[in-house]
Design a protein around this ligand. Structure first.
Ligand code: HEC
Ligand code: HEC
Ligand code: HEC
Length: 468
Protein backbone atom coordinates (compact mmCIF):
# COMPACT_ATOMS: atom_id res chain seq x y z
CA UNK A 1 0.00 0.00 0.00
CA UNK A 2 2.66 2.43 1.16
CA UNK A 3 4.82 1.37 -1.78
CA UNK A 4 1.99 2.02 -4.21
CA UNK A 5 1.45 5.48 -2.74
CA UNK A 6 5.13 6.39 -3.00
CA UNK A 7 5.19 5.07 -6.55
CA UNK A 8 2.12 7.16 -7.44
CA UNK A 9 3.71 10.29 -5.92
CA UNK A 10 6.93 9.63 -7.81
CA UNK A 11 4.99 9.25 -11.03
CA UNK A 12 3.13 12.49 -10.38
CA UNK A 13 6.31 14.49 -9.67
CA UNK A 14 7.96 13.04 -12.75
CA UNK A 15 4.97 14.08 -14.82
CA UNK A 16 5.06 17.56 -13.26
CA UNK A 17 8.76 17.93 -13.98
CA UNK A 18 8.11 16.83 -17.54
CA UNK A 19 5.32 19.39 -17.93
CA UNK A 20 7.56 22.15 -16.46
CA UNK A 21 10.63 21.67 -18.62
CA UNK A 22 10.16 22.00 -22.38
CA UNK A 23 11.54 19.24 -24.54
CA UNK A 24 15.15 19.19 -25.63
CA UNK A 25 14.31 19.78 -29.30
CA UNK A 26 12.55 23.06 -28.48
CA UNK A 27 15.47 24.26 -26.34
CA UNK A 28 17.86 23.31 -29.15
CA UNK A 29 15.79 25.28 -31.67
CA UNK A 30 15.93 28.24 -29.28
CA UNK A 31 19.69 27.90 -29.04
CA UNK A 32 20.01 28.01 -32.84
CA UNK A 33 17.77 31.11 -33.02
CA UNK A 34 19.82 32.79 -30.27
CA UNK A 35 22.94 32.09 -32.36
CA UNK A 36 21.29 33.47 -35.50
CA UNK A 37 20.27 36.56 -33.49
CA UNK A 38 23.76 37.00 -31.99
CA UNK A 39 22.37 37.75 -28.50
CA UNK A 40 25.71 36.71 -27.03
CA UNK A 41 27.71 39.39 -28.90
CA UNK A 42 26.01 42.24 -27.05
CA UNK A 43 25.01 40.54 -23.82
CA UNK A 44 28.51 39.33 -22.88
CA UNK A 45 31.23 41.58 -21.45
CA UNK A 46 34.87 41.08 -22.51
CA UNK A 47 35.98 37.89 -20.77
CA UNK A 48 32.61 37.86 -18.98
CA UNK A 49 30.18 34.97 -18.51
CA UNK A 50 27.96 34.36 -21.56
CA UNK A 51 24.71 36.40 -21.54
CA UNK A 52 25.54 38.00 -18.16
CA UNK A 53 25.56 41.49 -19.69
CA UNK A 54 27.87 44.37 -18.87
CA UNK A 55 29.13 45.13 -22.38
CA UNK A 56 29.28 48.87 -22.95
CA UNK A 57 27.82 49.88 -26.31
CA UNK A 58 28.67 53.41 -27.36
CA UNK A 59 25.87 55.30 -29.04
CA UNK A 60 25.87 58.87 -30.35
CA UNK A 61 24.05 59.92 -27.17
CA UNK A 62 26.21 58.07 -24.65
CA UNK A 63 27.10 54.63 -23.35
CA UNK A 64 24.39 51.98 -23.08
CA UNK A 65 25.19 48.91 -20.99
CA UNK A 66 23.71 45.55 -21.96
CA UNK A 67 21.86 43.72 -19.20
CA UNK A 68 22.13 40.26 -17.64
CA UNK A 69 19.76 37.99 -19.60
CA UNK A 70 20.67 34.71 -17.90
CA UNK A 71 17.80 33.07 -15.97
CA UNK A 72 19.11 34.45 -12.65
CA UNK A 73 15.98 35.43 -10.70
CA UNK A 74 17.64 38.31 -8.89
CA UNK A 75 19.89 39.85 -11.56
CA UNK A 76 18.75 38.37 -14.84
CA UNK A 77 15.47 37.56 -16.56
CA UNK A 78 14.60 34.48 -14.44
CA UNK A 79 11.30 36.05 -13.41
CA UNK A 80 10.27 37.06 -16.93
CA UNK A 81 7.05 35.44 -18.14
CA UNK A 82 6.97 34.43 -21.80
CA UNK A 83 4.79 37.47 -22.52
CA UNK A 84 7.29 39.82 -20.84
CA UNK A 85 10.16 38.18 -22.76
CA UNK A 86 8.24 38.60 -25.99
CA UNK A 87 7.54 42.28 -25.22
CA UNK A 88 11.23 42.97 -24.51
CA UNK A 89 12.25 41.22 -27.72
CA UNK A 90 9.64 42.56 -30.11
CA UNK A 91 8.33 45.79 -28.56
CA UNK A 92 11.37 47.02 -26.60
CA UNK A 93 9.50 46.99 -23.29
CA UNK A 94 11.13 45.32 -20.31
CA UNK A 95 9.34 43.53 -17.45
CA UNK A 96 8.87 46.65 -15.30
CA UNK A 97 7.08 48.35 -18.20
CA UNK A 98 9.97 50.75 -18.97
CA UNK A 99 11.16 51.19 -22.55
CA UNK A 100 14.45 49.76 -23.78
CA UNK A 101 16.73 51.83 -25.96
CA UNK A 102 16.95 50.64 -29.57
CA UNK A 103 20.61 49.66 -28.97
CA UNK A 104 18.76 46.41 -28.28
CA UNK A 105 17.68 45.54 -31.85
CA UNK A 106 13.99 45.00 -31.04
CA UNK A 107 13.09 46.90 -34.21
CA UNK A 108 14.54 43.91 -36.12
CA UNK A 109 13.38 41.16 -33.75
CA UNK A 110 9.85 42.62 -34.07
CA UNK A 111 9.30 40.46 -37.16
CA UNK A 112 10.02 37.18 -35.30
CA UNK A 113 7.15 34.70 -35.17
CA UNK A 114 5.44 33.64 -31.93
CA UNK A 115 6.80 30.14 -32.47
CA UNK A 116 10.39 31.35 -32.63
CA UNK A 117 9.98 33.60 -29.58
CA UNK A 118 8.55 30.57 -27.74
CA UNK A 119 11.64 28.52 -28.60
CA UNK A 120 13.98 31.36 -27.60
CA UNK A 121 12.17 31.67 -24.27
CA UNK A 122 12.56 27.93 -23.62
CA UNK A 123 16.28 28.21 -24.36
CA UNK A 124 16.86 31.26 -22.16
CA UNK A 125 14.97 29.73 -19.24
CA UNK A 126 16.40 26.20 -19.48
CA UNK A 127 19.50 26.24 -21.72
CA UNK A 128 21.45 29.22 -20.35
CA UNK A 129 23.43 29.01 -17.08
CA UNK A 130 22.14 31.55 -14.54
CA UNK A 131 24.74 34.12 -13.42
CA UNK A 132 23.97 35.94 -10.17
CA UNK A 133 25.74 39.16 -10.97
CA UNK A 134 24.32 42.64 -11.52
CA UNK A 135 25.29 44.64 -14.62
CA UNK A 136 26.13 48.35 -14.39
CA UNK A 137 23.09 50.58 -14.94
CA UNK A 138 22.89 52.71 -18.08
CA UNK A 139 23.14 56.45 -17.41
CA UNK A 140 22.36 58.63 -20.39
CA UNK A 141 22.30 62.44 -20.26
CA UNK A 142 19.03 64.37 -20.21
CA UNK A 143 16.73 64.20 -22.13
CA UNK A 144 17.63 60.69 -23.29
CA UNK A 145 17.58 59.35 -19.73
CA UNK A 146 13.79 59.59 -19.91
CA UNK A 147 13.00 56.12 -21.21
CA UNK A 148 9.42 57.14 -21.93
CA UNK A 149 10.80 59.32 -24.75
CA UNK A 150 11.17 56.07 -26.68
CA UNK A 151 7.38 55.67 -26.76
CA UNK A 152 6.76 58.26 -29.50
CA UNK A 153 9.92 57.03 -31.27
CA UNK A 154 8.46 53.53 -31.30
CA UNK A 155 5.10 54.88 -32.47
CA UNK A 156 6.91 56.43 -35.44
CA UNK A 157 9.49 53.81 -36.30
CA UNK A 158 8.71 50.42 -34.77
CA UNK A 159 7.02 48.24 -37.34
CA UNK A 160 5.73 45.28 -35.38
CA UNK A 161 4.09 43.66 -38.32
CA UNK A 162 5.88 40.32 -38.72
CA UNK A 163 7.08 39.85 -42.31
CA UNK A 164 5.44 36.45 -42.24
CA UNK A 165 2.63 36.05 -39.68
CA UNK A 166 3.05 32.86 -37.67
CA UNK A 167 -0.36 31.67 -38.76
CA UNK A 168 0.29 32.01 -42.50
CA UNK A 169 2.23 29.35 -44.38
CA UNK A 170 5.32 31.09 -45.75
CA UNK A 171 4.78 30.86 -49.51
CA UNK A 172 1.18 32.05 -49.29
CA UNK A 173 2.14 35.27 -47.53
CA UNK A 174 3.79 36.80 -50.58
CA UNK A 175 2.68 35.28 -53.84
CA UNK A 176 5.45 35.07 -56.41
CA UNK A 177 8.18 34.77 -53.81
CA UNK A 178 9.62 31.36 -53.06
CA UNK A 179 9.59 29.84 -49.59
CA UNK A 180 13.39 30.12 -49.67
CA UNK A 181 13.26 33.85 -50.42
CA UNK A 182 10.76 34.40 -47.59
CA UNK A 183 12.93 32.44 -45.17
CA UNK A 184 15.90 34.59 -46.22
CA UNK A 185 13.94 37.79 -45.73
CA UNK A 186 12.71 36.61 -42.34
CA UNK A 187 16.25 35.81 -41.16
CA UNK A 188 17.95 38.87 -42.66
CA UNK A 189 15.39 41.36 -41.34
CA UNK A 190 14.76 39.60 -38.04
CA UNK A 191 17.29 37.43 -36.25
CA UNK A 192 20.38 38.41 -38.29
CA UNK A 193 19.41 42.13 -38.22
CA UNK A 194 21.62 43.04 -41.23
CA UNK A 195 19.88 46.38 -41.75
CA UNK A 196 20.69 47.68 -38.25
CA UNK A 197 24.28 48.04 -39.50
CA UNK A 198 23.94 48.32 -43.30
CA UNK A 199 21.10 50.88 -43.51
CA UNK A 200 21.94 54.55 -42.97
CA UNK A 201 20.08 56.34 -40.19
CA UNK A 202 18.18 59.57 -40.28
CA UNK A 203 17.77 62.59 -38.06
CA UNK A 204 16.18 60.60 -35.23
CA UNK A 205 18.49 57.59 -35.63
CA UNK A 206 15.76 55.67 -37.42
CA UNK A 207 16.72 53.45 -40.35
CA UNK A 208 16.04 55.23 -43.63
CA UNK A 209 13.68 52.87 -45.43
CA UNK A 210 14.38 54.34 -48.87
CA UNK A 211 18.09 53.59 -48.40
CA UNK A 212 17.59 50.04 -47.10
CA UNK A 213 21.02 48.31 -46.99
CA UNK A 214 22.69 51.15 -48.92
CA UNK A 215 25.64 51.41 -46.51
CA UNK A 216 26.20 53.06 -43.13
CA UNK A 217 28.88 54.01 -40.63
CA UNK A 218 29.00 51.71 -37.56
CA UNK A 219 31.54 53.07 -35.10
CA UNK A 220 34.98 53.12 -36.75
CA UNK A 221 33.87 50.75 -39.53
CA UNK A 222 31.73 51.30 -42.59
CA UNK A 223 29.13 48.64 -43.44
CA UNK A 224 29.04 48.94 -47.26
CA UNK A 225 26.16 49.06 -49.71
CA UNK A 226 24.94 45.46 -50.13
CA UNK A 227 22.06 46.18 -52.51
CA UNK A 228 22.06 44.59 -55.94
CA UNK A 229 23.61 47.63 -57.67
CA UNK A 230 26.43 46.32 -59.84
CA UNK A 231 28.97 49.06 -59.04
CA UNK A 232 27.90 50.48 -55.68
CA UNK A 233 26.53 47.27 -54.17
CA UNK A 234 27.25 43.56 -54.45
CA UNK A 235 25.42 42.99 -57.71
CA UNK A 236 28.65 41.52 -59.12
CA UNK A 237 28.74 38.76 -56.47
CA UNK A 238 27.29 35.35 -57.14
CA UNK A 239 24.92 33.81 -54.63
CA UNK A 240 27.60 31.22 -53.82
CA UNK A 241 30.14 33.98 -53.09
CA UNK A 242 27.76 35.66 -50.67
CA UNK A 243 27.18 32.34 -48.88
CA UNK A 244 30.95 31.81 -48.69
CA UNK A 245 31.48 35.33 -47.32
CA UNK A 246 28.86 34.86 -44.59
CA UNK A 247 30.30 31.46 -43.66
CA UNK A 248 34.04 32.24 -43.77
CA UNK A 249 34.36 36.03 -43.94
CA UNK A 250 36.47 36.12 -47.08
CA UNK A 251 36.38 36.00 -50.85
CA UNK A 252 39.79 36.22 -52.48
CA UNK A 253 40.16 39.26 -54.75
CA UNK A 254 37.02 40.93 -53.35
CA UNK A 255 36.52 41.31 -49.62
CA UNK A 256 37.31 40.14 -46.08
CA UNK A 257 35.34 40.75 -42.93
CA UNK A 258 36.85 42.70 -40.04
CA UNK A 259 35.31 44.71 -37.21
CA UNK A 260 31.66 44.18 -36.34
CA UNK A 261 31.10 42.05 -39.46
CA UNK A 262 33.88 39.69 -38.32
CA UNK A 263 32.13 39.42 -34.95
CA UNK A 264 28.77 38.72 -36.56
CA UNK A 265 30.41 36.02 -38.72
CA UNK A 266 32.42 34.49 -35.86
CA UNK A 267 29.56 34.21 -33.36
CA UNK A 268 26.57 33.94 -35.61
CA UNK A 269 26.56 33.59 -39.41
CA UNK A 270 29.35 30.97 -39.63
CA UNK A 271 27.23 28.74 -37.38
CA UNK A 272 24.06 28.84 -39.47
CA UNK A 273 23.00 25.89 -41.61
CA UNK A 274 23.87 25.94 -45.32
CA UNK A 275 20.15 26.05 -46.08
CA UNK A 276 19.67 29.23 -44.03
CA UNK A 277 22.80 30.93 -45.44
CA UNK A 278 21.61 30.14 -48.96
CA UNK A 279 18.15 31.56 -48.14
CA UNK A 280 19.72 34.80 -46.85
CA UNK A 281 21.85 35.05 -50.02
CA UNK A 282 18.83 34.43 -52.27
CA UNK A 283 16.98 37.26 -50.52
CA UNK A 284 19.91 39.75 -50.37
CA UNK A 285 20.67 39.23 -54.08
CA UNK A 286 17.18 40.61 -54.91
CA UNK A 287 17.45 43.86 -52.92
CA UNK A 288 16.46 46.89 -54.99
CA UNK A 289 19.62 48.58 -56.29
CA UNK A 290 20.73 51.83 -54.66
CA UNK A 291 23.29 53.46 -56.95
CA UNK A 292 26.39 55.42 -55.91
CA UNK A 293 29.13 57.04 -57.92
CA UNK A 294 32.38 55.63 -59.16
CA UNK A 295 33.44 52.17 -60.28
CA UNK A 296 32.95 48.94 -58.33
CA UNK A 297 35.03 48.78 -55.16
CA UNK A 298 35.98 45.18 -55.97
CA UNK A 299 37.76 46.02 -59.22
CA UNK A 300 39.96 48.95 -58.24
CA UNK A 301 43.75 49.14 -58.15
CA UNK A 302 46.53 46.91 -59.44
CA UNK A 303 49.80 45.42 -58.18
CA UNK A 304 52.80 47.74 -58.00
CA UNK A 305 55.15 49.53 -55.63
CA UNK A 306 57.31 52.57 -55.15
CA UNK A 307 59.85 50.81 -52.97
CA UNK A 308 62.71 51.43 -55.44
CA UNK A 309 62.70 55.06 -54.25
CA UNK A 310 63.78 53.87 -50.81
CA UNK A 311 66.91 52.03 -51.94
CA UNK A 312 70.29 53.37 -50.94
CA UNK A 313 68.88 56.00 -48.61
CA UNK A 314 69.06 55.92 -44.81
CA UNK A 315 65.90 54.68 -43.04
CA UNK A 316 65.65 57.94 -41.06
CA UNK A 317 65.57 59.99 -44.28
CA UNK A 318 62.83 57.86 -45.71
CA UNK A 319 60.79 58.20 -42.51
CA UNK A 320 60.17 61.81 -43.44
CA UNK A 321 59.38 63.48 -46.70
CA UNK A 322 57.69 62.09 -49.79
CA UNK A 323 58.67 58.46 -49.27
CA UNK A 324 57.21 58.09 -45.76
CA UNK A 325 54.19 56.06 -46.92
CA UNK A 326 56.29 53.60 -48.91
CA UNK A 327 58.74 53.26 -46.01
CA UNK A 328 55.98 52.54 -43.46
CA UNK A 329 54.44 50.04 -45.88
CA UNK A 330 57.74 48.30 -46.47
CA UNK A 331 58.52 48.08 -42.75
CA UNK A 332 55.08 47.01 -41.47
CA UNK A 333 52.90 45.51 -44.16
CA UNK A 334 54.97 44.08 -47.02
CA UNK A 335 56.03 40.99 -45.03
CA UNK A 336 52.44 39.68 -45.21
CA UNK A 337 50.75 41.54 -48.07
CA UNK A 338 53.75 41.46 -50.43
CA UNK A 339 56.03 44.19 -51.79
CA UNK A 340 53.52 44.85 -54.56
CA UNK A 341 50.39 44.44 -52.41
CA UNK A 342 49.69 41.14 -54.12
CA UNK A 343 49.16 39.05 -50.96
CA UNK A 344 49.88 35.33 -50.94
CA UNK A 345 48.67 32.90 -53.57
CA UNK A 346 46.66 30.86 -51.05
CA UNK A 347 44.73 34.04 -50.21
CA UNK A 348 45.47 33.85 -46.49
CA UNK A 349 47.14 37.26 -46.76
CA UNK A 350 44.83 39.12 -49.12
CA UNK A 351 45.84 41.38 -51.98
CA UNK A 352 45.33 45.06 -51.20
CA UNK A 353 44.08 45.86 -54.72
CA UNK A 354 40.68 44.46 -55.73
CA UNK A 355 39.88 44.74 -52.05
CA UNK A 356 36.73 46.43 -50.80
CA UNK A 357 38.45 47.53 -47.56
CA UNK A 358 41.13 49.69 -49.20
CA UNK A 359 38.51 51.67 -51.09
CA UNK A 360 36.72 52.78 -47.89
CA UNK A 361 38.66 55.36 -45.85
CA UNK A 362 37.07 54.16 -42.61
CA UNK A 363 37.72 50.48 -43.23
CA UNK A 364 41.30 51.04 -44.41
CA UNK A 365 42.17 53.08 -41.30
CA UNK A 366 40.19 50.85 -38.92
CA UNK A 367 41.99 47.77 -40.30
CA UNK A 368 45.41 49.37 -39.79
CA UNK A 369 44.55 50.60 -36.27
CA UNK A 370 42.43 47.68 -35.02
CA UNK A 371 43.61 44.73 -37.13
CA UNK A 372 41.49 41.74 -38.10
CA UNK A 373 40.26 39.01 -35.76
CA UNK A 374 37.87 36.33 -36.96
CA UNK A 375 37.18 32.79 -35.86
CA UNK A 376 35.24 30.31 -37.99
CA UNK A 377 35.31 26.57 -38.68
CA UNK A 378 38.00 27.41 -41.26
CA UNK A 379 40.30 28.57 -38.46
CA UNK A 380 41.49 31.75 -36.86
CA UNK A 381 42.27 34.75 -39.06
CA UNK A 382 44.44 37.39 -37.45
CA UNK A 383 46.13 40.61 -38.52
CA UNK A 384 47.85 42.50 -35.68
CA UNK A 385 46.51 45.95 -34.77
CA UNK A 386 48.99 48.78 -35.40
CA UNK A 387 47.15 51.35 -33.30
CA UNK A 388 47.69 50.02 -29.80
CA UNK A 389 51.44 50.34 -29.33
CA UNK A 390 51.79 53.92 -28.07
CA UNK A 391 55.14 53.26 -26.39
CA UNK A 392 56.69 50.89 -28.90
CA UNK A 393 59.84 52.00 -30.76
CA UNK A 394 58.02 51.39 -34.02
CA UNK A 395 54.95 53.35 -32.86
CA UNK A 396 53.10 54.72 -35.85
CA UNK A 397 51.92 58.32 -35.41
CA UNK A 398 48.78 59.67 -37.05
CA UNK A 399 51.00 61.28 -39.70
CA UNK A 400 52.75 57.95 -40.39
CA UNK A 401 49.41 56.14 -40.76
CA UNK A 402 47.96 58.87 -42.96
CA UNK A 403 51.02 58.64 -45.24
CA UNK A 404 50.71 54.83 -45.31
CA UNK A 405 46.98 54.96 -46.08
CA UNK A 406 47.58 57.46 -48.88
CA UNK A 407 50.31 55.25 -50.29
CA UNK A 408 47.84 52.34 -50.34
CA UNK A 409 45.13 54.47 -51.95
CA UNK A 410 47.51 55.62 -54.69
CA UNK A 411 49.15 52.23 -55.31
CA UNK A 412 46.26 49.83 -54.79
CA UNK A 413 42.89 51.58 -54.62
CA UNK A 414 41.29 54.71 -56.03
CA UNK A 415 44.55 56.34 -57.13
CA UNK A 416 43.80 59.53 -55.19
CA UNK A 417 45.30 60.24 -51.75
CA UNK A 418 42.51 61.63 -49.52
CA UNK A 419 43.47 60.78 -45.93
CA UNK A 420 44.66 63.33 -43.35
CA UNK A 421 46.16 62.84 -39.88
CA UNK A 422 42.88 64.11 -38.36
CA UNK A 423 40.98 61.27 -40.04
CA UNK A 424 43.31 58.81 -38.31
CA UNK A 425 42.72 60.54 -34.96
CA UNK A 426 38.97 60.25 -35.45
CA UNK A 427 39.05 56.52 -36.14
CA UNK A 428 41.46 56.10 -33.20
CA UNK A 429 38.82 57.69 -30.97
CA UNK A 430 36.66 54.65 -31.67
CA UNK A 431 34.17 56.22 -33.97
CA UNK A 432 33.69 58.46 -36.91
CA UNK A 433 33.66 61.86 -35.35
CA UNK A 434 32.50 62.65 -38.84
CA UNK A 435 29.88 65.16 -39.81
CA UNK A 436 27.48 62.30 -39.93
CA UNK A 437 27.97 61.47 -36.28
CA UNK A 438 28.02 65.11 -35.30
CA UNK A 439 24.74 65.57 -37.11
CA UNK A 440 23.34 62.50 -35.44
CA UNK A 441 24.43 63.85 -32.09
CA UNK A 442 22.81 67.21 -32.69
CA UNK A 443 19.88 65.29 -34.07
CA UNK A 444 19.59 63.31 -30.89
CA UNK A 445 19.55 66.40 -28.67
CA UNK A 446 17.03 68.09 -30.89
CA UNK A 447 15.37 64.71 -31.31
CA UNK A 448 15.13 64.22 -27.57
CA UNK A 449 13.39 67.55 -27.24
CA UNK A 450 11.17 66.73 -30.18
CA UNK A 451 10.34 63.40 -28.60
CA UNK A 452 9.52 65.13 -25.30
CA UNK A 453 7.29 67.45 -27.29
CA UNK A 454 5.64 64.47 -28.94
CA UNK A 455 4.96 62.91 -25.54
CA UNK A 456 3.26 66.12 -24.50
CA UNK A 457 1.30 66.25 -27.73
CA UNK A 458 0.22 62.65 -27.28
CA UNK A 459 -0.71 63.26 -23.64
CA UNK A 460 -2.63 66.41 -24.51
CA UNK A 461 -4.54 64.55 -27.17
CA UNK A 462 -5.45 61.92 -24.66
CA UNK A 463 -6.60 64.58 -22.22
CA UNK A 464 -8.85 66.07 -24.83
CA UNK A 465 -10.25 62.68 -25.70
CA UNK A 466 -10.92 62.06 -22.04
CA UNK A 467 -12.84 65.30 -21.72
CA UNK A 468 -15.03 64.58 -24.69
C1 HEC B 1 23.15 44.86 -30.77
C2 HEC B 1 23.19 44.50 -29.38
C3 HEC B 1 22.14 43.54 -28.80
C4 HEC B 1 21.74 42.33 -29.30
C5 HEC B 1 22.22 41.65 -30.58
C6 HEC B 1 20.76 41.81 -28.37
N1 HEC B 1 20.59 42.68 -27.34
FE1 HEC B 1 19.25 42.47 -25.78
N2 HEC B 1 19.78 44.30 -25.07
C7 HEC B 1 20.81 45.07 -25.55
C8 HEC B 1 20.97 46.24 -24.71
C9 HEC B 1 22.00 47.35 -24.90
C10 HEC B 1 19.99 46.14 -23.70
C11 HEC B 1 19.71 47.16 -22.59
C12 HEC B 1 18.97 48.32 -23.22
C13 HEC B 1 18.50 49.36 -22.24
O1 HEC B 1 18.99 49.41 -21.12
O2 HEC B 1 17.60 50.11 -22.62
C14 HEC B 1 19.26 44.91 -23.96
C15 HEC B 1 18.20 44.46 -23.18
C16 HEC B 1 17.59 43.22 -23.32
C17 HEC B 1 16.54 42.71 -22.47
C18 HEC B 1 15.90 43.44 -21.29
C19 HEC B 1 16.47 42.90 -20.02
C20 HEC B 1 16.18 43.78 -18.83
O3 HEC B 1 15.36 43.40 -18.01
O4 HEC B 1 16.79 44.84 -18.74
C21 HEC B 1 16.23 41.44 -22.92
C22 HEC B 1 15.19 40.49 -22.34
C23 HEC B 1 17.10 41.17 -24.02
N3 HEC B 1 17.90 42.27 -24.27
C24 HEC B 1 17.14 39.98 -24.71
C25 HEC B 1 17.89 39.75 -25.87
C26 HEC B 1 17.84 38.53 -26.63
C27 HEC B 1 17.02 37.31 -26.27
C28 HEC B 1 18.65 38.70 -27.70
C29 HEC B 1 18.86 37.78 -28.89
C30 HEC B 1 17.65 37.25 -29.50
C31 HEC B 1 19.24 40.03 -27.60
N4 HEC B 1 18.76 40.63 -26.46
C32 HEC B 1 20.13 40.59 -28.51
C33 HEC B 1 21.57 44.83 -26.69
C34 HEC B 1 21.43 43.74 -27.55
C1 HEC C 1 27.04 44.49 -36.42
C2 HEC C 1 27.01 45.14 -37.70
C3 HEC C 1 26.75 44.29 -38.93
C4 HEC C 1 25.77 43.34 -39.12
C5 HEC C 1 24.70 42.88 -38.14
C6 HEC C 1 25.92 42.87 -40.48
N1 HEC C 1 26.97 43.51 -41.10
FE1 HEC C 1 27.69 43.10 -42.95
N2 HEC C 1 29.25 44.37 -42.64
C7 HEC C 1 29.44 45.16 -41.52
C8 HEC C 1 30.70 45.87 -41.66
C9 HEC C 1 31.29 46.85 -40.65
C10 HEC C 1 31.28 45.46 -42.88
C11 HEC C 1 32.65 45.86 -43.46
C12 HEC C 1 33.65 44.81 -43.02
C13 HEC C 1 35.04 44.95 -43.61
O1 HEC C 1 35.19 45.42 -44.75
O2 HEC C 1 35.99 44.55 -42.96
C14 HEC C 1 30.33 44.53 -43.47
C15 HEC C 1 30.54 43.89 -44.71
C16 HEC C 1 29.60 43.10 -45.35
C17 HEC C 1 29.75 42.59 -46.68
C18 HEC C 1 30.96 42.79 -47.60
C19 HEC C 1 30.79 44.05 -48.38
C20 HEC C 1 32.09 44.57 -48.90
O3 HEC C 1 32.05 45.46 -49.73
O4 HEC C 1 33.15 44.15 -48.45
C21 HEC C 1 28.61 41.86 -46.97
C22 HEC C 1 28.27 41.14 -48.25
C23 HEC C 1 27.76 41.94 -45.79
N3 HEC C 1 28.40 42.68 -44.82
C24 HEC C 1 26.53 41.34 -45.69
C25 HEC C 1 25.79 41.28 -44.50
C26 HEC C 1 24.57 40.52 -44.34
C27 HEC C 1 23.88 39.74 -45.44
C28 HEC C 1 24.18 40.66 -43.04
C29 HEC C 1 23.01 39.99 -42.33
C30 HEC C 1 22.88 38.55 -42.57
C31 HEC C 1 25.15 41.54 -42.39
N4 HEC C 1 26.11 41.88 -43.31
C32 HEC C 1 25.10 41.93 -41.07
C33 HEC C 1 28.60 45.24 -40.42
C34 HEC C 1 27.51 44.37 -40.18
C1 HEC D 1 51.26 39.33 -39.85
C2 HEC D 1 50.69 39.49 -41.13
C3 HEC D 1 50.05 40.83 -41.49
C4 HEC D 1 50.65 42.08 -41.42
C5 HEC D 1 52.03 42.45 -40.93
C6 HEC D 1 49.67 42.99 -41.97
N1 HEC D 1 48.53 42.32 -42.33
FE1 HEC D 1 46.90 43.13 -43.21
N2 HEC D 1 45.96 41.36 -43.11
C7 HEC D 1 46.49 40.19 -42.61
C8 HEC D 1 45.46 39.18 -42.53
C9 HEC D 1 45.61 37.74 -42.03
C10 HEC D 1 44.27 39.79 -43.01
C11 HEC D 1 42.87 39.19 -43.05
C12 HEC D 1 42.62 38.24 -44.14
C13 HEC D 1 41.20 37.76 -44.09
O1 HEC D 1 40.36 38.46 -43.52
O2 HEC D 1 40.92 36.71 -44.59
C14 HEC D 1 44.63 41.14 -43.37
C15 HEC D 1 43.73 42.05 -43.93
C16 HEC D 1 44.06 43.32 -44.34
C17 HEC D 1 43.15 44.23 -45.03
C18 HEC D 1 41.70 43.94 -45.41
C19 HEC D 1 40.80 44.12 -44.18
C20 HEC D 1 39.31 44.09 -44.47
O3 HEC D 1 38.56 44.55 -43.61
O4 HEC D 1 38.89 43.63 -45.50
C21 HEC D 1 43.84 45.38 -45.22
C22 HEC D 1 43.33 46.65 -45.88
C23 HEC D 1 45.17 45.20 -44.66
N3 HEC D 1 45.26 43.93 -44.13
C24 HEC D 1 46.16 46.16 -44.67
C25 HEC D 1 47.36 46.03 -43.97
C26 HEC D 1 48.30 47.12 -43.78
C27 HEC D 1 48.14 48.50 -44.35
C28 HEC D 1 49.34 46.62 -43.05
C29 HEC D 1 50.56 47.35 -42.53
C30 HEC D 1 50.29 48.37 -41.54
C31 HEC D 1 49.04 45.22 -42.79
N4 HEC D 1 47.84 44.92 -43.35
C32 HEC D 1 49.88 44.37 -42.10
C33 HEC D 1 47.81 40.00 -42.22
C34 HEC D 1 48.73 41.00 -42.03
Amino acid sequence: MMRKLIFAILQLTAAAAFAGAPDAALIERGRYLATASDCVACHTAHRGAPMAGGLVLSSPVGDIVSTNITPSRQYGIGNYSEQQFSDALRKGIRADGQNLYPAMPYTAYAVMTDDDVHALYAYFMHGVTPVDKASEPTKLPFPMNIRASMKPWNALFLDQQPAVPASAPAPAAAPGRSAEWLRGQYLADGAAHCSTCHTPRGFLMQEKKELYMAGAQVGPWYAPNITSDHAAGIGSWTEAELVQYLRTGRIAGKAQAAGSMAEAISYSFSKLTDTDLKAIAVYIKTLPAVAGDGPSRFEQGKPGNALANLRGKPYADNMKGPHLGAQVYSANCASCHGASGQGTSDGYYPSLFHNSATVSNSNLLATILLGVNRETKDGHVFMPPFGDQPNAVNHLSNDDIAALANYIQVQYATGAPTIKADDVAQIRQGGPQSNLLLLARLGMVAGGLLLAALVIIVLRRRDQQNKE
